[in-house]
Design a protein around this ligand. Structure first.
Ligand code: ADE
Length: 242
């Protein structure tokens, strides 16, 4: 996977992405990070990339020319271009899986009051928000997306299993987990987890996931139960022959 990032703050992206699991994925060649500073593409001799908005209003807008030239400098055609904006579709695990199937992605990070509409029309394929709140720029949302997408790529996590089993993969939150010691602050690890009976452990974990989702995310639980109902309707239990 190649992540191209267009930003006015390349050091923010590089510092974060070269750390921890994504950093290791870059070292292993599973991920390539290509960060381009939009300011390097301005034709303005003072390095200016923003200007006042037509029609008035507070704040500055990023101009079309440097953004377009930065975008155009990326080799290859037809690469999905994501613009991070509170006006986009809300990012979720399903969207992450869809993006993870691409070979390259471009993230366009805006600052100030946003970017001239005309260049967005010519470059952006996907408008994405990470939630209903307003940040100062698109860098943090781009990093949230790249982190989420990275861990779905084959080989990025040590244990390929863990990307499948955890929260959201089956529409449920993850079950509680425990490590050594067996007792801490008077609290014991649930006995079933020490039993060695894998079938029972799996059943217990599913039960815990359902309970936790119902308590903490009733909206997700509702959707999960609806899926379950549909599945059971389409796969009724077979009657035994007499
Ligand atoms: N830029 C500013 N706020 C944002 C948000 N919530 N999601 C995506 N991009 C943004």
């Amino acid at each position: 996977m190649v992540f191209h990032v267009l930003t006015l703050f390349p050091e923010m992206i590089e510092g974060c992405m070269q750390t921890s699991i994504t950093g290791r994925a870059i070292e292993k060649g599973l991920l390539t990070l290509d960060v381009r500073n939009i300011r390097d593409y301005t034709l303005d001799k003072h390095g200016k990339v923003d200007d006042y908005t037509y029609g008035g209003g507070a704040g500055m807008l990023m101009q079309a020319q440097p953004v377009y030239d930065a975008w155009n400098s990326i080799p290859g055609k037809g690469i999905r271009t994501i613009y991070l904006t509170p006006q986009g579709r809300t990012f979720d695990q399903k969207m992450a899986a869809d993006f993870a199937s691409e070979e390259e992605l471009i993230f366009l990070c805006g600052h100030y009051e946003g970017i001239d509409e005309r260049v967005l029309e010519e470059t952006v394929t996907d408008y994405v928000s990470i939630g209903d709140y307003v940040l100062t720029g698109g860098e943090l949302p781009a990093m949230v997306m790249m982190d989420t997408i990275s861990r779905l790529l084959p080989g990025v996590l040590h244990n390929d299993d863990s990307a499948d089993t955890e929260s959201f993969q089956n529409g449920l939150l993850e079950y509680p987990q425990y490590s050594r010691p067996e007792e801490w602050h008077g609290k014991k690890v649930p006995a079933i987890l020490l039993s060695g009976d894998h079938k029972k452990v799996d059943e217990w974990r599913l039960e815990q996931s359902e309970k936790r989702t119902q308590e903490r995310r009733p909206d997700l639980y509702e959707a999960y139960m609806e899926q379950k109902r549909l599945y059971e309707e389409q796969h009724p239990p077979k009657r035994r022959k007499k």
